[in-house]
Design a protein around this ligand. Structure first.
Ligand SMILES: [Fe+2]
Length: 390
């Protein structure tokens, strides 16, 4: 075995994965002592439109739980949104927080729970990656398949003024209970299936190639990548069984990045989201092939290992690497993802500014990369993304 076994992890989140589980929410909550008043955090549309909001309120009523709704979470939630949520939590003195939505909602709910419980403004936690204070319990009910936030110790918020993403990490951010119900994905439209699914793929690939990867994270990330490549196109076409597999795969990838964190793809992707409003997963996808293509020659054995796990065989590791990159490129084509930065509206002469911004704001992500990435190397990756994938 080439990798020495060294592990240091804990997963404090109880996970339920079952079709229709949300309809039994009260039964699951009865097993815990989360108290009798809840801040239900969601976006402004999906929960209400689909009838889930009423269903959740009804389930909470069954266990005599008072529910206060905070349904103002926007995509890429801001610090201000979190502070307003924490203020409502303080006013209502809730005993737990329940998040129903995609990664933005769950990330915001984590931050609301943290700010509320600690009595400290969320700004003071931004960039801190080992937050370990007691918080009121968070229950996460994901409605997309991609973020992995339901099992992760991260919350990513947006600083609107500075146009940058700011992460918070640590044991305090783990949900206490996550209920993954694939039925919530039933109405998820193809564009969201693609962008969230590609976020999960980015997590899994960045995790596998991270310098922090372990034999355990490899197991999680490899399986996640295999499932995503096999299921994302069918999920994109609306197949509910494939969507359920995507929910499972994104959970695996979420578990994996708890160990490794993300790296260069997320760092570059954050720029496109904060400066161009490109959805998180789509922004990552734009840099996926160019980043991996750049890294491949420096770690041919690792690329060959993953390629083999996906069923490719060749006596030549370089060929195996190419086959892996081809798989990813074909997947992106199948999901109709822009082939280059130009299609998104980025001008070639913006690349230097972009790299400057990324090195300044996301050095933590970059430091997890398998190879050292200075500005010149990042410029090369961006130039390749500008020309476009093969
Ligand atoms: Fe992500």
């Amino acid at each position: 075995m080439s990798k020495e076994i060294q592990l240091n992890f804990s997963y404090p989140t109880s996970v339920v994965f079952k079709r229709g589980a949300i309809k039994e929410l009260s039964e699951y909550l009865k097993q815990y002592d989360f108290g009798k008043s809840c801040l239900l955090v969601s976006g402004s549309n999906f929960a209400r439109r689909t009838g889930y909001l009423d269903l959740l309120k009804n389930e909470l009523k069954k266990i005599n739980c008072e529910t206060y709704v905070y349904d103002r979470i926007e995509p890429n939630p801001s610090v201000e949104t979190v502070e307003a949520g924490a203020m409502l939590a303080r006013k209502t003195n809730v005993s737990f927080v329940l998040a129903f939505g995609g990664g933005s909602v769950i990330d915001a709910a984590k931050a609301i729970s943290l700010a509320y419980s600690s009595g400290v403004r969320i700004q003071n936690f931004l960039g801190v990656m080992n937050v370990n204070v007691n918080t009121v319990p968070l229950v996460a009910l994901p409605t997309t398949a991609g973020t992995g936030s339901e099992v992760s110790k991260y919350s990513v918020l947006t600083d609107l003024k500075q146009k940058r993403k700011l992460a918070i990490g640590g044991p305090a951010l783990f949900p206490k209970l996550s209920i993954l119900d694939p039925d919530t994905l039933y109405t998820l439209p193809p564009n969201l299936v693609a962008s969230t699914g590609l976020d999960a793929l980015s997590h899994a690939l960045e995790s596998f190639f991270s310098k922090n990867s372990t034999v355990f994270s490899d197991m999680l990330s490899k399986e996640s990548i295999r499932i995503i490549l096999n299921n994302l196109p069918r999920a994109f076409s609306g197949d509910l069984e494939a969507k359920a597999w995507m929910m499972y795969a994104s959970m695996l990838a979420g578990l994996s990045i708890n160990i490794t964190s993300t790296n260069v793809v997320h760092a570059l992707g954050y720029y496109l989201t904060t400066h161009y409003g490109i959805p998180h997963g789509l922004a990552n996808a734009t840099f996926l092939v160019s980043s991996l293509e750049y890294e491949a020659p420096f770690m041919t054995d690792r690329f060959a290992e993953l390629s083999e796990a996906l069923g490719h065989s060749s006596p030549d590791n370089v060929v195996k690497s190419r086959l892996l990159l081809k798989d990813i490129s074909l997947l992106l084509d199948a999901l109709r993802i822009p082939r280059n930065l130009r299609e998104i509206g980025v001008k070639e002469d913006e690349i230097n500014t972009m790299v400057e911004d990324v090195t300044q704001n996301y050095s933590r992500n970059l430091s997890n990369s398998p190879i050292e990435l200075n500005k010149e190397k990042l410029i090369e990756i961006c130039k390749n993304a500008y020309v476009g994938r093969f």
